[in-house]
Design a protein around this ligand. Sequence first.
Ligand code: C5P
Length: 315
Amino acid sequence: MTRTRAPRELRLRSYAKVNLGLEVLGTRADGYHELRTLFQTVDLHDDIGFRPTRKDIAVVCAHPAVPEDETNLAWRAAEALRRYTKTAGGVEIHIEKRIPVAGGLGGGSSNAAVTLLALDRLWGTRLGIDGLQPLARRLGADVPYFLFGGTALGLARGDEIYPLRRQVKAHLVIVDPGRPVSTAAVFARVDASLTPRENSNTIFRFVSRDLEGKEAFPVLANDLERAALEEAPDLARVVGRIRDALVREGALLASLSGSGSSYFGVFDDAERARRAHAALVSRGFAVHRCRTLSLDQYRNAWTHALGYDWRGARK
Ligand code: C5P
């Protein structure tokens, strides 16, 4: 693919993820937890505009729960790339938030990955996906996944990413109970209930195609769910109602995403998803109906938006 000159501004979509499954295997020497998780991007997204400036990094976001200072992960991503590449310029980053904040949907991590990709193009730093990987890891455990998207296995801290041949295609109904939970607090709580997981093989069974189609989903589970519900007892009360509505409409899987608090249902049928969505809306919940985004769809979105091969300029 021929490379065109860097554009002056970029406006990109920053997609959300769910964890279709998540196994906590133990604690690590670095204080994090050893994970085995199945990531999936969905077409629920924020919109982010990037405009290069002479010097400063600035974030603008109207959402009250999103910081505009240097604690914003997109701000930190820009600063990390600028330092690493000794770039002199700045950037104005406009975030239109749609992904629930602190909801286990990776919104902040996705914004950070998008920022790395966009600025690598706008600033002409040409690190490409491989070069951005170490920067992404330092920003957060979920950030590297968003350089790939689609259905992917996450190992180690969840930051060692293996895109899968088997790409899940499904309809999702995601409920935001509006009760943010702290990821660190949920992980701290999980230690108390951690049991040896040598025999755990649910994600391996899913990945190895031991189970096909619909059969595959019920084996998946999220080890953080119990800890998250213990951490937030008021969340536990509403989750029961959300789960019931999803299962009643035929969800193949109903689960907490990440450390919560978003709860989602997976459907193989658009009509069932529509009914579940309507049922939950009528009960007063904030609900998003969306579809999975495959590795190719995610990659194509980048190729198109960045105007060159998404792997970067080292081709
Ligand atoms: O990497 P990130 O900042 O997103 O992680 C937030 C918190 O979640 C960490 O500070 C840590 O307490 C916890 N965590 C963990 N093990 C992981 C990922 C996150 O303990 N694999």
